[in-house]
Ligand binder design. Structure first.
Ligand SMILES: NC(=O)c1ccc[n+]([C@@H]2O[C@H](COP(=O)([O-])OP(=O)(O)OC[C@H]3O[C@@H](n4cnc5c(N)ncnc54)[C@H](O)[C@@H]3O)[C@@H](O)[C@H]2O)c1
Length: 336
């Protein structure tokens, strides 16, 4: 079966998903695209030879469509989930589902009522190196897990316009790390302690956000996760995990752009690491699509569920409160 998927939102990530679905994902076909900015939709439609529709409804009711990928700005995700679920389509929604827990619950209630599958786009779970760390922990290879360390630093901040609507660093950026913490440890987060600062650009602080953060998570099984974030690492897109346990350690490192190494009197020089999330995580995005497409074709539940998306939002809201009130916050304070 070919799974036909329409894309809602033709910005940075929507364009990438359009390209992957058109060219890289066996069993998938791009069914059409929509964006509130018609020129954005037209550009992607022309590039990949599909129709740009004039509305969300026109796309989700198109002949033969099986699923949609919601790649619009975060504040529109819930309306799109409700519309797509009402049409009986499989739903792939970029992270985060929403910035407000009540809205997420409304969306999940509609997903439950209609029985459609909802996948939330936490692509890092599908990164081969991070997944190997997950598998080693799950398989007991490092013994009892004591500490997970996550370093997640962007090469450069996004445009200020994006920051203003993103929900802030914890809900926009760290939310990936909250998901990795739950995924790799296999244990729910019970308490959050977050510190943050604006060290890169005063305009980020003026927009009400931070660009640097250190967060500690306590898990139900007693292990700890430590996350550090920056919106600007001058050496590239720095994405590393380290799981430390009673029998040893396993880490996923940054891969250099290629394998050539130069040695001279000043030292040993290796190529830089990837400088963009699309380059670093291409494999994860493709593997994520393969998993989603298989689930739609075989009518199985998708790999990263609405309740995974909800759990990360709860942790993010706890982090925001912890930062604002300079204290540790129990997850149960946010979600009794
Ligand atoms: N998984 C990841 O690593 C990852 C990376 C980047 C972005 N994202 C998520 O993807 C989403 C989009 O991010 P982006 O970087 O592509 O943003 P973007 O601003 O580049 O693109 C968003 C697009 O959505 C369109 N849009 C906004 N509201 C709309 C509506 N109501 N109807 C139709 N179109 C609408 C805009 O016109 C724009 O073209 C965000 O939720 C973001 O958090 C995820």
């Amino acid at each position: 079966m070919t799974v036909r998927i329409g894309i809602l939102g033709c910005g940075r990530i929507g364009r990438m998903h359009a390209e992957l679905l058109s060219q890289r994902v066996p069993g998938a076909e791009l069914a059409g695209v929509y964006d509130v900015i018609p020129a954005a939709a037209r550009a992607v439609a022309e590039q990949f030879g599909v129709a740009a529709t004039a509305s969300v409804d026109e796309l989700i009711t198109a002949d033969g469509i099986d699923a949609v990928a919601i790649c619009t700005s975060t504040e529109s995700h819930v309306d799109m989930i409700v519309a797509a679920a009402g049409a009986g389509l499989g739903v792939f929604c970029e992270k985060p589902i929403a910035l407000d827990l009540k809205l997420v619950d409304d969306a999940l209630a509609e997903v439950e009522r209609t029985g459609v599958g909802l996948h939330v786009g936490f692509n890092r779970r599908f990164d081969p190196a991070h997944r190997a760390v997950h598998d080693a922990v799950a398989g007991g290879k490092i013994g009892e897990l004591h500490l997970l360390r996550i370093t997640s630093r962007d090469p450069a901040p996004p445009p200020l316009g994006y920051i203003a609507t993103s929900g802030g660093l914890f809900l926009d950026m760290t939310i990936h790390d909250f998901d990795m913490a739950r995924f790799v440890t296999g244990s729910e987060v019970v308490e959050v302690s977050a510190a943050g600062a604006a060290r890169i650009d005063p305009a980020i602080a003026e927009a009400g956000d931070i660009d640097t953060a250190a967060i500690t998570l306590s898990h139900a099984d007693g292990c700890l996760t430590v996350i550090d974030n920056s919106r600007r690492a001058v050496y590239g897109y720095d994405q590393r995990l380290e799981a430390f346990g009673s029998e040893g350690l396993m880490a996923s490192e940054n891969a250099p752009a290629h394998g050539a190494v130069r040695h001279d009197a000043a030292g040993t020089h290796v190529p830089p690491i990837a400088n963009f999330f699309l380059d670093r995580y291409t494999a994860s995005f493709v593997l994520q699509w393969e998993a989603f497409v298989g689930c739609v074709a075989e009518r199985r539940p998708p790999p990263v569920t609405g309740s995974d998306g909800r759990a990360t939002l709860v942790i993010g809201l706890a982090a925001k409160r912890s930062f604002a009130e300079h204290r540790s916050v129990a997850v149960s304070e946010i979600d009794p």
